[in-house]
Design a protein around this ligand. Structure first.
Ligand SMILES: Cc1cc2nc3c(=O)[nH]c(=O)nc-3n(C[C@H](O)[C@H](O)[C@H](O)COP(=O)(O)OP(=O)(O)OC[C@H]3O[C@@H](n4cnc5c(N)ncnc54)[C@H](O)[C@@H]3O)c2cc1C
Length: 510
């Protein structure tokens, strides 16, 4: 058996990568320099696209139970609601965000990983790394000072914003290093806010206040503060900022976690450096505006892990790993741009510019397409890989393109795909026909919309009496869809032409 893949960092990103490898039976070690998991709640919003990912991991119900559903966003200025965006506009089986402390998200991932026999090796620090075309030599320092030389085929650097893996491969974050500073608190408070809405209070003072209701009377409060601010966080200071900026009464009773932190907007130029793959904060950092940091990171891990599993077991060529960079680097860049735009708009200092912003936002968010775009961007449901080097470009007769995330089409199909960790080839049948399965494919084949029992060659047959799948996927005459293990569409083919499906398999083998 080959040396286990080493995942450095047991934050949400490293845990997701390790879990995705472990549940595919790929040997994996995950190490973290800390003796205990962090107790800081940090990222608290899990967006719709990440919930879809958690459904594939079989963890979504537990995560939803641990948090609060957030179904909308409100923006306040000048004593009025200037914008209200309903998140249920998004096309997802989870048309909402879940507000849950990062500690809970990590706990759920850690327990699932343990269920596959993998425990986080704590007080183990990556201190050295060399690589050649055959493998990686990592130096792992243990709590007793022992230096372990660990050989591995592939190493995932998920060791956060100050990533040692990134430095050791000679990479660096590039971007805007003019910091943004925030005063943040997780508090218990008396308030009359809707527990299912996120709030932004644009303030004429030093910047906005973001408020996220959590379970019970708990609130996450985040306020931009000047970068030259030197004070340490106190409850009194946070209350003062809340009193100045919030347009609703919020009385902090006690604080669970208070901090001041500074962030930059930056990204590494390459997510793959030979046999080292950088993911999460190790690859991109940006402000918490939009709450995209952790979500982007865990989706990096989700995108990477199935490819790494195929490559490390010889089922795909190493070039597939280049598609990790090709697909995820542009997403990281867009998130950084989005967070930067949100920050610039929110921190306008000129009173005339502030008035124009408030009016403009009110007018723009009165337009349905703008509300839709904002909801999609926030929930990350617009993420697609249509230009990916491992997607066979094409589409059916509707909106669905290869590279898009497969939309849900009925509970039976959704249930069949939940928990899947392999490729699935959907054959969508119409008029009760039962097209033959595609031969020569080592993937799970599902027939959708025909016979009650699976004809030979199919793994299962799913009912679709109303032709929902055919309509949803723009396949009025039927067709085939190759769905990747991360839920994205790799190729779409008509029933009488399997060439796109074989072309995809050739891309994987390259
Ligand atoms: C104060 C604060 C507030 C935040 N608020 C939000 C928010 O509201 N919304 C949002 O989306 N994001 C937020 N974030 C960002 C979010 O927490 C990160 O995006 C997320 O944690 C990234 O996960 P990660 O796994 O990439 O890195 P991390 O969570 O940083 O995990 C990296 C892990 O690697 C370990 N490690 C580091 N170096 C080594 C080494 N050499 N060897 C072994 N292990 C190592 C660390 O101990 C750590 O456990 C916040 C961050 C902070 C600090």
């Amino acid at each position: 058996m080959s040396d286990p893949i080493i995942v450095v960092g047991a934050g949400p990103v490293g845990l997701t990568a390790a879990l995705e490898l472990a549940r595919r039976g790929v040997p994996v070690r995950i190490v973290d320099r800390l003796a205990e998991p962090t107790t800081e709640s940090r990222a608290i919003v899990v967006h719709a696209r990440s919930l879809e990912m958690f459904e594939r991991l079989g963890l979504v119900d537990e995560l939803i139970r641990a948090g609060v559903r957030t179904t909308g966003m409100e923006m306040h200025a000048d004593g009025e609601v200037v914008a209200r965006i309903a998140l249920d506009l998004v096309d997802s089986p989870f048309p909402y965000s879940v507000t849950v402390a990062q500690t809970e998200t990590e706990r759920i991932l850690t327990a699932a990983l343990a269920g596959h026999g993998v425990t986080v090796e704590r007080e183990v620090t990556l201190t050295g790394l060399t690589q050649d075309e055959h493998g990686v030599q990592a130096v792992l320092e243990h709590a007793d000072g022992r230096q372990e030389a660990a050989g591995t085929g592939w190493l995932v650097g998920a060791d956060g914003g100050h990533s040692r893996a990134r430095k050791l491969v000679g990479s660096a974050l590039a971007g805007k290093f003019k910091g943004e500073k925030f005063l943040m608190g997780d508090v218990n408070a008396d308030h009359d806010l809707d527990p299912h809405s996120m709030y932004t209070f644009f303030s004429p003072h030093d910047g906005p206040l973001l408020v996220f209701p959590m379970e019970g009377d708990r609130l996450r409060l985040i306020a931009n503060i000047p970068t030259d601010e030197q004070r340490t966080a106190t409850r009194e200071w946070l209350q003062q900022v809340v009193d100045e900026r919030a347009e609703r009464p919020i009385r902090i009773r006690d604080s669970r976690w208070l901090t001041v932190f500074e962030v930059h907007h930056a990204q590494v130029p390459e997510y793959r450096v030979g046999r080292v793959l950088l993911a999460g904060d190790a690859a991109h950092v940006h402000s918490p505006a939009g709450g995209q940091g952790m979500n982007t990171g865990i989706q990096d891990a989700h995108n990477l892990a199935w490819k790494l599993a195929l490559v490390s077991t010889g089922q795909a060529g190493p070039a597939v790993l280049d598609s990790y960079h090709a697909e995820r680097h542009p997403v990281g860049a867009q998130v950084i741009q989005f967070a930067g735009t949100l920050t610039r708009v929110a921190t306008l200092a000129n009173p005339i510019a502030q008035k124009l912003r408030n009016k403009g936002m009110h007018l723009l968010t009165g337009l349905a397409p703008v509300r839709q775009a904002m909801a999609d961007r926030t929930e990350e449901t617009a993420v697609a890989y249509r230009r990916s080097p491992i997607v066979v470009r094409g589409r059916g007769g509707g909106d669905l393109h290869a590279g898009d995330h497969l939309p849900a089409a009925g509970p039976e199909l959704r249930a069949a795909l939940a928990g899947a960790h392999e490729h699935v080839l959907l054959t969508v049948a119409v008029d009760g026909s039962a097209p033959a399965p595609v031969s020569g494919m080592t993937v799970r084949q599902l027939l959708v919309g025909a016979a009650a029992t699976a004809p030979t060659g199919y793994d299962a047959a799913l009912q679709d009496p109303d032709g929902h799948a055919a309509a949803r996927y723009g396949l009025p005459n039927g067709g085939r869809i190759m769905v990747r293990p991360d839920g994205y569409v790799a190729a779409i083919a008509p029933l009488d032409d399997d060439a796109p499906l074989h072309a995809y398999q050739a891309l994987l083998r390259a």
